[in-house]
Design a protein around this ligand. Structure first.
Ligand SMILES: [Fe+2]
Ligand SMILES: [Fe+2]
Length: 479
């Protein structure tokens, strides 16, 4: 069966690997991917969702057109059709920035940028399976079948994102690419011998508050990284990332509304019981929510790297990785003479700023776009508190707080941006980051609710179901 959309870009479902990249025309590539596929399925079996299920109501990408790019239905997760999809080619696309600006985009990898491009793809690819591993055990404590389904949806799509990166490695990087594709399955989140590449992807996701904070803050880093790779002069990478961003929107929604619903439930109990402290009353207290937010936000800021980076400057100049919304920037898109103010320690070690060449400050530029976006979530959550008539507010901590990467890695700072001595930090950190007591409390709340239409006491039900289905739909059949 061939599913063809308006643009003629539908996937061929008669093939083992659904794709819109004419895989059948390249027997070598097809065989390479077919031999990687069993390894992927083994990895999924061992490191993917641990909860046994019969089937799950999942969205499957079947096309890349504007209309009807996905279908919904109950499928056994192991039989999910992980496919390879590139957004449609923009005819005559030219490079939008850097020293090759205005030249035709590349269909093949230029020899001089081969190792840099491979590195960028591997780093992105490594995060995709990592989050599946981090979330492996969450099914055991899902607050509802709706949430369980959303977890699995995010997991299968992160699996598809791994496929997307592995396709690029196999199709464009020869032997090295095939080796890297194997390594993507060999590294594991939190492993001592072969951990995932980036720090935040080795942290555990032990409870659903962490899961929602992760999908809000850490998945959102992914959105911004994909946004810069979508600008790439290497057209297959650009088109792959453009399509991934479509799926990513759902991951953002899961995080945003997940935290919404937790805040809503907490606010409801605070009002009903006329108390600030809902500990022991079945909900998560606001100060604990704030501490989880502080943690996930600060480790996600680290993912953007140091304030200045000559590597990233070189990627930009070469056309490999652009800026967020590159075509909306009102400058020459070469950045040969612009400047940017970045965070830095002053000469006497205080929290301050310094001016650098714009092209070396691109990590800072991207991190600032991300921070502004994160603020929109906090505003939503605060509106929920305000609407409940409560005076408390959530906030994003200062950029220097709890950082392990960049200018502030060597100092301690309070959430309001005061530099602290080690003693002061040690005395206060339990007020700012989740303690063992907080984690134990949150975990104790995490009792599974698998009954249709029922929900755990610590979270409000969603306003809408998935794909027009009601909240009490049978989203997951357990086995
Ligand atoms: Fe992803
Ligand atoms: Fe994601």
């Amino acid at each position: 069966m061939t599913t063809t959309g308006a643009g003629g870009t539908g996937a061929d479902y008669s093939e083992k690997i659904p794709n819109n990249v004419s895989l059948h025309e390249d027997r070598r590539l097809q065989r390479a991917l077919e031999s990687w596929q069993p390894n992927f399925l083994n990895w999924w079996q061992e490191m993917g969702p641990a909860l046994p299920t019969r089937d799950v109501y999942l969205r499957t990408a079947i096309n890349v057109g504007r209309e009807g790019w996905a279908q919904f239905g109950h499928v056994p997760m192991r039989e999910y059709r992980w496919g390879i999809f590139l957004a449609e080619r923009a005819p005559g696309r030219t490079i939008g920035f850097g020293e090759h600006k205005g030249e035709p985009a590349w269909d093949q990898v230029p020899g001089e940028y081969r190792s840099e491009l491979r590195r960028l793809i591997v780093i992105q690819g490594d995060t995709e399976p990592a989050s599946v591993e981090q979330q492996r055990n969450l099914g055991a404590t899902a607050p509802s079948l709706y949430d369980l389904r959303n977890l699995f949806q995010v997991n299968v799509e992160e699996g598809r994102h791994l496929w997307a990166m592995v396709y690029l490695l196999h199709a464009h990087f020869g032997r090295d690419g095939r080796d890297e594709a194997e390594e993507l399955l060999r590294r594991n989140s939190g492993s001592i011998e072969s951990p995932r590449i980036l720090g935040a992807f080795n942290e555990e996701t032990p409870d659903w508050l962490s899961f929602f904070m992760f999908t809000y803050f850490t998945d959102r880093d992914g959105k911004y990284q994909l946004g810069t790779l979508k600008e790439s002069a290497f057209d297959p990478l650009s088109r792959t990332c453009e399509f991934m961003l479509k799926e990513e929107a759902h991951h953002m929604m899961v995080g945003t509304t997940g935290v919404d619903r937790i805040v809503e439930r907490t606010a409801q109990l605070m009002v009903e019981q006329d108390t600030d402290d809902v500990t022991g009353r079945g909900a998560i207290p606001l100060p604990v929510i704030q501490k989880y937010l502080n943690f996930h936000y600060s480790v996600s800021l680290d993912l953007f790297g140091g304030e200045t980076s000559t590597n990233v400057a070189n990627y930009y100049t070469a056309g490999l990785k652009g800026r967020w919304m590159e075509d909306r920037r009102r400058d020459d898109h070469r950045l040969t003479s612009d400047a940017i103010t970045v965070d830095a320690l002053t000469e006497d070690g205080e929290i301050g700023q310094t001016e650098v060449a714009a092209v070396t400050g691109l990590n800072t530029d991207l991190r600032r776009e991300y921070i502004a976006d994160c603020q929109t979530g906090v505003s939503r959550w605060n509106k929920i508190l305000a609407d409940a008539g409560l005076p408390q507010r959530l906030y994003l901590p200062h950029v220097a707080f709890n950082r392990k990467v960049g200018a502030f890695a060597g100092i301690e700072a309070s959430p309001d941006g005061r530099k602290l001595g080690t003693d002061e930090w040690d005395r206060h950190k339990a007020n700012w980051l989740p303690t063992d007591v907080d984690k134990t409390y949150v975990r104790a709340l995490m009792q599974p609710v698998y009954e249709r239409g029922k929900i755990a006491a610590w979270i409000a039900p969603p306003r809408h179901g998935i794909n027009g289905q009601p909240f009490d739909y049978d989203y997951v059949h357990l086995s």
